[in-house]
Design a protein around this ligand. Structure first.
Ligand code: ZN
Length: 346
């Protein structure tokens, strides 16, 4: 905590000097509440929690990585394993070592070096690799998954170039924050917080806007910059992990005292106006979502991104003006503004 305050002071003192650098110190302690970080020392080499093997008809070897949370199982789409040999050179029942390093040109999940996930496969079998979401191996692969959801989304709209080098993610860390270009995470299974902290990094790299300093509370109002940088980070997390068509889109772990946080709806007791971060992200979500909750905008994320990229705005109001200038319907945006902030845009 002391370190955040210290860096925040330095940021104020040298803001001119550091304005060209990738830099920010964010205190998200209110976002995650009292999270119990993993206290055990975690090996850099991890293995699936459980491997379920089923025989195949041929001497083949197939793999499907899965994340298991409670009774639900979902496929991990971005974890790919490589091996030095294949079953073509082996007979049924022989073993092959597979490895997936959680580090590439885009994402690097690390503590004391990058993590490596490995397992031994058997020729002639299909392998369901099950990662329990709360286990160390489950948390590490979820960070990787959320990170690559973002990479894949930018890639699909042909907007990945800004990404630059690998985004370093330190886990497990003593807090959830973004500082000096590195994302720090307590829990990898808290997908919405992972997306939020990554959102700060993307906001920084793409020069979306200024960073506000200090502690923040999702239901209060503070400065334009703080509400924008925090709201934008949550908006990014929603874009990465939620469906634009979902009428009940919500976060799961963010701000435990108010969880689950709605992405479409803000409760009435939340501070009104554009300096509240909750309203900033529901506003932005309404600009791009495909669920009609009384608003009609369906701007494609790609079009939104092209307007806000590299504009370094200081407030959501300024970003709204850019959207209007780009040709988006002023009356439509005005309606979304009133709907979310309960105030008028000017
Ligand atoms: Zn934040």
């Amino acid at each position: 905590m002391t370190r955040f305050l210290w860096t925040a002071n330095v940021l104020v003192g040298f803001s001119f000097f550091v304005s060209q650098l990738s830099f920010a110190a964010i205190d998200d302690s209110g976002l995650t509440g009292l999270v119990e970080p993993l206290r055990m020392s975690i090996s850099s080499t991890l293995s699936p929690s459980v491997i379920e093997k089923t025989p195949l008809k041929a001497n083949d070897l197939t793999v499907r990585p899965l994340i298991r949370k409670g009774g639900d199982v979902a496929e991990l789409l971005h974890l790919s394993f490589i091996s030095r040999t294949t079953c073509k050179n082996k007979s049924i029942g022989e073993e092959v070592l597979f490895q997936a390093e959680l580090s590439n040109d885009f994402i690097n999940v690390k503590k004391n070096g990058s993590y490596l996930v490995e397992f031994t496969g058997t020729c002639g079998s299909h392998h369901d690799l099950i990662f329990d979401s709360e286990s160390p191996e489950g948390q590490a692969v979820m960070i990787w998954e959320v990170g690559h959801r973002a990479v894949s989304k930018f890639s699909m709209i042909d907007r990945l170039e800004f990404w630059g080098g690998p985004l370093h993610i330190e886990w497990p860390s003593g807090g959830d924050y973004y500082s000096w270009g590195t994302v720090h995470l307590t829990r990898g299974d808290h997908w919405d917080v992972v997306g939020h902290e990554m959102g700060h990094a993307i906001y920084d790299r793409a020069n979306i806007g200024t960073f506000g300093g200090g502690q923040h509370f999702i239901d209060r109002c503070y400065t334009n910059s703080l509400a924008l940088s925090e709201g934008w980070a949550s908006f990014f997390s929603a874009w990465v992990s939620l469906e634009l068509e979902d009428s009940n889109a919500q976060f799961e772990f963010m701000v435990p005292r108010r969880a689950p946080l709605g992405v479409e709806h803000v409760p009435d007791d939340v501070c009104e106006g554009p300096t509240n971060e909750w309203r900033v992200y529901t506003f932005l979500w309404d600009v791009i979502d495909h669920n009609d909750d009384g608003e009609v905008s369906q701007m494609e994320f790609q079009a939104y991104w092209d307007v806000v990229y590299n504009q370094n705005v200081r407030s959501i109001r300024q970003q709204m003006r850019l959207l209007v200038q780009s040709g988006e319907s002023a009356s439509g945006l005005d309606h979304i503004w009133r709907h979310n902030f309960k105030t008028t845009p000017d």
